[in-house]
Design a protein around this ligand. Structure first.
Ligand code: GLN
Length: 196
């Protein structure tokens, strides 16, 4: 399995290390040619405005949007969630606009710029997942076909739509690899359908 990690800005190295530890081939995606043959794609945390701008500058936006529309599994964490969303509150344009959700950026306010908590995420089983939030977004509305994976208090902080998964927090900053394993299981299923 080959996992592409978009590596123009942000916490891409941590995602790449974890997928490598789990036995996947990883490729750091900075140019369109780096997308060749990837079975899944990851958008790290960082600064969504910068990542979006660099993805446009490097001509990554269109080919990635097409791959998403074709059903390629994608995982976005924190800023990555913002990149995937169709609607960003207070901003005129989305980035990839692949997931039928509305996000609010930096939505936990100054008091809670960063915090850690344990989340109940049924698709990952027990125990609860320790989650690190850093100037995190959350989701204020979802369209049909979007499944809620996780909530923090009354807020949606994890969603899935088809093969697209978006999380408000940073699973790459803890030693619990269940999110990455879960994503690899989606990639494996997708490959199973598309090989041979
Ligand atoms: N606040 C950042 C943004 O809006 C996301 C923060 C993060 O990825 N840790 O893009």
């Amino acid at each position: 399995m080959k996992i592409g990690v978009v590596a123009v800005q942000g916490a891409f190295a941590e995602h790449a290390r974890i997928f490598g530890d789990l036995g996947a081939d990883t490729v750091l995606v900075r140019l369109p040619k780096h997308l060749d043959g990837v079975d899944g794609l990851v958008f790290p945390g960082g600064e969504s405005t910068s990542i979006g701008r660099l993805m446009r500058d490097y001509n990554l936006m269109e080919p990635i949007r097409e791959l998403g529309q074709q059903g390629l599994p994608m995982l976005g964490t924190c800023a990555g969630m913002i990149l995937l969303a169709k609607r960003i509150e207070g901003e005129p344009e989305p980035h990839l606009g692949l997931m039928d959700v509305t996000v609010v950026r930096n939505s936990f306010g100054r008091q809670r710029e960063s915090f850690e908590t344990d989340l109940d995420i049924p698709v990952l089983g027990k125990p609860h997942l320790h989650a690190v939030f850093i100037r995190a977004p959350h989701i204020t509305s979802i369209g049909q076909g979007v499944e809620v994976l996780a909530r923090y208090e009354d807020r949606i902080v994890g969603v899935k739509q088809g093969n697209l998964v978006a999380l408000s927090f940073h699973p790459e900053l803890t030693n619990d690899y269940r999110v990455h394993k879960y994503f690899l299981s989606l990639v494996e299923a997708y490959r199973g359908q598309h090989v041979g």
